[in-house]
Design a binder for this molecule. Structure first.
Ligand code: ATR
Length: 278
């Protein structure tokens, strides 16, 4: 029996157990995947405890993706580049941290929209953990990347970390300025990685959405609500849109590939997520 789980705080909202358990069932794999609420000051004990209990691996979610780094023994190239871990594999003598968020994001856009980011002009909104993974992935392609974030210094830090690692050039655009409005109208793809559009900001968009036009693709990594106000407005303007369900599913698919080198049924995982959303 394979035992896995997702550590986070809070964790009860996580759709990962539903997705992974549905995939185990579909392929008749003996496995169980559980939500694990962890206190921040017990993070190290939680990881070592899971290893001691014979867990195959873990997923890591908010707010621990960066915080687990001191407690793994090895980091994959991907995790090293983005300074974030969402997947852990336990071996006999190692705890390996990896990040599937960026590759999951790219795969979702490819599968759902047939999107290839090469040659595109892209505006990325946000500079948190999700933005790091996505920016690192986009920079594997020959694209022009603009980043904007409410806190300018955080965008600067993201850019300097990625450039240090990869030697690429990225432009940072200040929030709430005319230049941002020009960029919004000029780019091919806009990606929201902020939480604006969820819960108490459900009636807000992270950028002025009236500037969007039908030649653009707009991706929001929010999946609850299924259509954020940004996506709703983009759809009305005739843009192609994509929500965050695909990224959620494909980062999970890529976790399986990391744990076992096999690809789980993504259609079953999509169904499990969609059935759980309002
Ligand atoms: P995650 O790991 O999911 O990316 P995070 O690291 O907390 O989460 O990052 C959240 C992102 O949403 C950040 O870019 C944050 O901007 P700041 O760096 O200025 O905090 C952005 N964000 C959250 N609430 C926002 C709001 N009301 N307006 C604009 N940006 C917001």
């Amino acid at each position: 029996m394979e035992i896995l789980g997702v550590i986070g705080n809070p964790i009860s909202h996580s759709l990962s157990p539903k997705m992974h358990n549905a995939a185990f069932h579909a392929v008749r794999k003996q496995g169980i995947y559980i939500p694990l609420l962890v206190d921040e000051n017990q993070l190290e004990q939680a990881i070592n405890g899971a290893k001691a209990l014979g867990f195959t691996g873990l997923n890591v979610t908010v707010p621990f993706k960066e915080k687990v780094i001191p407690y793994v023994t090895d980091l994959s190239e991907e995790a090293k580049a983005v300074r974030s871990v969402n997947t852990i594999l336990f071996t006999q003598d190692a705890i390996i941290g990896h990040s599937t968020d960026g590759p999951g994001f790219e795969q979702a856009a490819k599968i759902e929209l047939g999107l290839d980011f090469s040659g595109s002009n892209i505006l990325l909104i946000g500079a948190g953990g999700a933005a790091r993974g996505i920016a690192n992935q986009l920079l594997k392609h020959d694209c022009t990347l603009y980043i904007t974030n409410r806190t300018y210094s955080r965008a600067q830090k993201l850019v300097s970390d990625l450039v240090k690692n990869q030697g690429y050039e990225i432009s940072i655009i200040k929030f709430a300025q005319n230049r941002l409005e020009q960029i919004i109208a000029a780019v091919d793809v806009i990606i929201n990685t902020t939480s604006v559009g969820m819960k108490e900001t459900i009636d807000q968009t992270p950028i002025p959405a009236d500037l969007l036009h039908e030649k653009q693709t707009v991706i929001d990594i929010i999946y609850n609500p299924k259509e954020s106000l940004l996506l709703k407005t983009a759809k009305e303007k005739g843009c192609r849109i994509q929500n965050g369900v695909g990224m959620l599913v494909w980062q999970a698919v890529k976790s399986w590939e990391f744990w076992w080198g096999v690809t789980p049924p993504s259609d079953v995982m999509y169904q499990a997520v969609k059935a759980s959303l309002p």
